[in-house]
Design a protein around this ligand. Structure first.
Ligand code: F3S
Length: 76
């Protein structure tokens, strides 16, 4: 399993992540992407379910600024 966060400093709000993985990403009030999965609130502390890992990888691969970071360990 993986944990994920969006480094918002680099997000250009292109929307690819939400299109690839709508169960994981959504936009915040500023129009930037964040991890909304299971109430994670972009903390990177919620293990993404195995059945969403393909969507997650698609999102990572689709982000033009590479600002979606994944890890085998929780971020905080
Ligand atoms: Fe932002 Fe990358 Fe998603 S630019 S909107 S995090 S695909």
């Amino acid at each position: 399993g993986k944990y994920v966060v969006v480094k918002k400093d680099s997000c250009i709000a292109c929307g690819s992540c939400g299109a690839s993985a709508p169960d994981i990403f959504d936009f915040d009030d500023d129009g930037l992407a964040e991890v909304t999965y299971e109430g994670d609130n972009n903390r990177g502390v919620t293990l993404i379910a195995a059945d969403l890992e393909e969507d997650l990888q698609d999102a990572v691969d689709s982000c033009p600024t590479s600002c979606i970071k994944t890890s085998a360990k929780a971020f905080a």
